[in-house]
Design a protein around this ligand. Structure first.
Ligand code: NI
Length: 242
């Protein structure tokens, strides 16, 4: 997902549903584990950009035995550090050259840039504690929620932003970094992040769903559309909102 001025760095509505998910302890060794503490700045991963076939390949499920390995736990730490350094609100393993069903997510005030309170409210963007999703399955929750359209971006598609309609809320079944089954509802901006990262694991990019007429360079996004409702971009660029 995107950079500091990127609305993808926006919010998830209900802090109770995007709840307090701290880095899990290491149930394999019994020691507490803090992924990013184990990763130095020189350990950042290179982010793969669109055009690389790995981004277009459905990723393989992660075996739970492999998940417990030092190598995999280190990868999670590297992905967290790489996401934070970008900065972004989500990163999927194919984006760092690994075709496995693993994604990391996080959002918070340090990523909200110049968003006004009004914009954050419109996007239902709130704090999302660091979350690891392994082998996720995502179910839209459509009853009364519908879809919402906002600009988003992707670290694998540098320099572009575009409007994507996404489900306002989703239910996710996955494993966490520990291999513990997790079932959780994400809404608002967190639901957008989850859907974006889940798409990566299926070999999809937001470009496959974007309103093509909304596509804007980062500079023009800041110049014309940041701080304005998507309806104004729809009017100005000639597309229809869902
Ligand atoms: Ni992305």
């Amino acid at each position: 997902m995107g950079r500091r001025h990127d609305p993808m760095l926006l919010r998830a509505a209900d802090p109770s549903t995007v709840g307090a998910m701290l880095p899990p302890g290491d149930r394999f060794s019994g020691r507490p584990r803090r992924y990013h503490d184990a990763v130095g700045a020189t350990d950042l991963l290179t982010i793969v950009e669109c055009g690389d076939p790995i981004l277009r390949r459905p990723a393989d499920p992660v075996d739970t035995v492999d998940l417990a390995s030092e190598e995999m736990q280190h990868l999670i730490g590297q992905m967290r550090a790489t996401m934070e350094a970008a900065p972004g609100v989500g990163l999927a393993a194919p984006q760092v050259g690994r075709s496995i069903q693993l994604a990391v997510l996080a959002d918070g005030p340090e990523r909200w840039g110049q968003l006004s309170e009004e914009e954050r409210t419109a996007r239902e963007r709130g704090p999302l504690d660091f979350t690891v999703l392994v082998n996720p399955v995502v179910h839209p929750i459509d009853a009364g929620a519908g879809r919402v359209s906002f600009f988003e971006g992707c670290l694998s598609v540098p320099g572009l932003m575009g409007v994507v309609a996404r489900h306002r809320a989703v239910r996710v079944e996955a494993l966490d970094a520990d291999g513990t089954p997790l079932a959780r509802v994400f809404s608002g901006w967190a639901a957008r992040i989850v859907q974006h990262e889940f798409d990566h694991l299926l070999g999809r990019l937001y470009l496959d769903r974007v309103e093509t007429r909304s596509l804007s360079s980062s500079e023009n996004y800041v110049r014309y559309w940041a701080g304005r409702p998507p309806s104004e971009a729809a009017h100005g660029l000639g597309f229809t909102l869902d």
